[in-house]
Design a protein around this ligand. Sequence first.
Ligand code: FES
Length: 103
Amino acid sequence: MIQITFLTNQNLTVSAAEGANLLRTSLREKGGIPFKCGGGLCGTCKCLIELGVEHTDAIKPKEKKHLTEEEIASGYRMACQTFVHGDIHVSWKPRPTTLAAKV
Ligand code: FES
């Protein structure tokens, strides 16, 4: 088993199977990574692997449509396209959904 820590969700740490998909694990464990399509199209699930980026699999072509070279070099990934093979810490930009709903 591996451990995924959701930094933006009060450091929630969960166990997952080696090779688990990051977004699916977030959904199952209520990790909180934002998403819409789940299929690499919308870009909503952009997140930053702050620790353990070497434990994630190769960047997919779909991710390159949403991430700049600089972002990829800094550890950004699309959670729905990312499979995890070791412990990682992940953060993301919280979406101001409640704020938008009030406007
Ligand atoms: S949820 Fe749409 S790109 Fe990942």
